[in-house]
Design a protein around this ligand. Structure first.
Ligand SMILES: [Mg+2]
Length: 224
């Protein structure tokens, strides 16, 4: 079965909020290695509002829900992450207007649109050591699973690819985002945005009962 019901997307968003809140200090500590140390707090400020207002968020369909999430993220997530993450959710919302279920293909299209939106908004490209270095390979992996349509296998592989992205970008120097302002100091530190994507996908695996064993330190060592 490749159909993804709205209930699963709601679970994924609630799980994401829980992940972000649990990792607030951890993500900020990672950001502090080369950046200004605000990443965890910025994300948590926005996702705490989503968590608190969950009952009032319009859930008449996936698009309506994601549009509201995008507005809350844009308004309440601080720093440079608010417009970046908000744009991602908004692009995904535009493709799911009126839908109460999506296919794996549609999920891949949503992620593709989110990536394009984030690139247009922030000007980063692959290799700039931003969360796009996780999202772009995850998108490619997701597309590769569309024909077979196995949701669980797709999520597990996407989580693995995001985790690999932490190690593959660790030694790069950041060219975009706040970490770029410290130049060489960003080499040999993980990008917190990439770590956050890997940790979120790992938690989605747990939430949906998909066996996944992380091996990269930043995912293994996150707070329980
Ligand atoms: Mg920062």
């Amino acid at each position: 079965m490749s159909a993804i019901p709205q209930a699963d997307i709601e679970r994924a968003i609630r799980t994401t909020a829980a992940t972000v809140l649990r990792n607030e200090h951890y993500f900020s500590d990672l950001d502090g290695l080369a950046g200004d140390g605000d990443f965890g707090t910025s994300l948590a400020t926005g996702f705490r509002v989503i968590d608190n207002e969950w009952g009032e968020i319009d859930k008449s369909n996936i698009g309506a829900m994601l549009l509201k999430i995008s507005m809350l993220v844009s308004k309440h997530v601080g720093g440079s992450s608010g417009p970046i993450w908000g744009t991602g959710f908004m692009k995904a919302a535009m493709l799911t207007r009126g839908k109460e279920e999506i296919s794996l293909d549609e999920l891949a299209e949503m992620l593709g649109a989110a990536i394009e939106g984030i690139q247009a908004r922030g000007g980063a490209k692959l290799g700039d050591k931003t969360l796009l270095d996780a999202l772009i390979p995850v998108h490619e992996t997701l597309k590769g699973h569309c024909a077979a349509g196995d949701k669980a296998a797709a999520l597990k592989d996407c989580a693995g690819v995001a985790e690999q992205a932490i190690d593959e970008t660790r030694t790069l120097v950041a060219h975009r985002g706040r970490a770029s302002q410290v130049g060489e100091r960003s080499a040999n530190t993980p990008d917190p945005g990439i770590v956050s994507i890997a940790v979120i996908l790992n938690d989605w695996c747990k939430e949906f009962g998909i066996a996944n064993t992380p091996t990269v330190a930043e995912v293994v060592n996150q707070p329980a």
